[in-house]
Design a protein around this ligand. Structure first.
Ligand code: XUL
Ligand code: CO
Length: 435
């Protein structure tokens, strides 16, 4: 069955095309800053938003027209695999990501769930072998089912901890089966509703216990994907332990997980934490822990996780600049953790939305490469911190000074002159790279 009969494989046609199913900026094989666009961008499609989202919101019923609904849940699940690979192939996207419950129905028992997962991943593997499409990451959904009402690894109920462990084991088994390059943990319920009844220390110790079990199991089965932790400050929990990049790094370091874990950073989660996305990316880079990104954007007027497709060139430019500074994002990638708006309910909107996101990132990549080539930020920072390359500054960063020697210096040099940042001029010049 063909799900998008009116759309051919989406090709690069350039800015002047009026074909809505064409890339106007993303040209997979075009070389930018020494690599092809597709090597830089490593796009992935998210199973959950693309295949299972129905367009409902807290005030309204589903709106999405989806032609893959079958007579049973398993039939729908199988149809979705077909449709998903058609989307990936038509977009020329080489990676995908999923939660366990996105691909297979949970059934009436854990054993039945596992059996459904086995059947569907057989199908997915066949498709991967036929097309060469790869698994960027999978994860276990340990937040939707009511059993996770008090958390997963952080639950007050040890039976829930055990259930979570079983889901993670299965997640790693299917990661091995499908050659997953990364494995993600996002703790939507790993936090608290009220401190009045929460043992924060035990909960965080237990989360780390589960992660260590995952590392050990990966070693045992000879499959070690890059483990990734995805920060988010809140939603669905009132407070989530992986609040932002800095908080999550403190957790990773406290429990000695830095050799195995990096961060999967999401743009809209940064906004919710009161940061820009580039702030989160920079923090991760400072720790050498930038693993992968979930691409989307929030709405500045709304205080929740709207997961919109990225269309803001300013943001994608600064994001791609950080990725270039990082020397690339592999083995991570750019996963569209983005959903179409409720009013974009037609099947073909799924393609249009991804094309928009891919074109916006391609523009961001080109602008970022030009900024790098022109040493725009490099020169700016080099000049700003020049005082540390000579004289007393050079001695400070060589750790040759102490409080007494610096006091002696300051007493002789207390007539301080600072330079203006000319920040408005800088921002205006940055704009020249965006168009
Ligand atoms: C939720 C979110 C998740 C994770 C994977 O806000 O971003 O979809 O990416 O569980
Ligand atoms: Co995400």
């Amino acid at each position: 069955m063909i799900y998008f009969p009116n759309v051919e494989k989406v090709a690069f046609e350039g800015k002047r095309t009026d074909n809505p199913f064409a890339f106007r900026h993303y040209n997979a094989e075009e070389v930018v800053a020494g690599k092809t666009m597709k090597e830089h961008l490593r796009f992935a499609v998210a199973y959950w938003h693309t295949m299972t989202q129905d367009g409902s919101d807290p005030f309204g019923n589903p709106t999405n027209i989806r032609t893959w609904e079958g007579a049973s849940e398993m039939e729908t699940a199988k149809n979705r695999v077909e449709a998903f690979f058609e989307i990936l192939e038509k977009l020329g996207v080489e990676y995908f990501c999923f939660h366990d419950i996105d691909i297979a129905p949970e059934g009436d028992s854990l054993a039945e769930f596992f059996q459904n997962i086995d059947e569907i991943t057989d199908l997915i593997k066949e498709k991967m072998d036929q097309t060469g499409i790869k698994l960027l990451w999978n994860t276990a959904n340990m937040f939707s089912n009511p059993r996770y009402v008090h958390g997963a690894a952080s639950s007050s109920n040890a039976d829930v901890f055990a259930y979570s462990a079983a889901q993670v084991k299965k997640g790693l088994d299917i990661s091995k089966k499908l050659g997953g390059e990364n494995y993600v943990f996002w703790g939507g319920r790993e936090g608290y509703e009220s401190l009045l009844n929460t043992d924060m220390k035990l909960e965080q110790d237990n989360i780390a216990r589960l992660f260590k079990m995952a590392i050990a199991y990966g070693e045992k089965i000879g499959h070690k994907p890059q483990f990734l932790l995805e920060p988010k400050p809140m939603e669905p929990s009132k407070h989530q332990y992986d609040f932002d990049a800095a908080t999550t790094m403190a957790f990773i370091q406290k429990y000695g997980l830095e050799g195995d874990f990096k961060l999967n950073l999401e743009a809209n989660h940064a906004t919710l934490a009161g940061h820009t996305f580039e702030h989160e990316l920079t923090v991760a880079r400072c720790y050498d822990a930038l693993g992968s990104i979930d691409a989307n954007q929030g709405d500045v007027l709304l205080g929740w996780d709207t997961d919109e497709f990225p269309t803001n060139i300013y943001d994608t430019t600064l994001t791609m600049y950080e990725i270039l500074e990082n020397g690339g994002i592999a083995p991570g990638g750019i996963n569209f953790d983005s959903k179409v708006r409720r009013s974009s309910f037609e099947m073909e909107d799924l393609l249009l939305a991804h094309i928009a996101g891919m074109d916006t990132f391609a523009r961001g990549l080109k602008a970022a490469a030009a900024l790098k080539e022109d040493r725009f930020f490099d020169d700016l920072k080099e000049k700003r911190y020049a005082s540390y390359t000579k004289g007393i500054g050079a001695k400070i960063v060589a750790d040759e000074e102490d409080l007494e020697s610096l006091t002696a210096y300051a007493l002789e040099n207390d007539d301080i002159t600072n330079e203006s940042s000319h920040l408005e001029f800088v921002k205006s010049r940055l704009n020249d790279y965006l168009v």
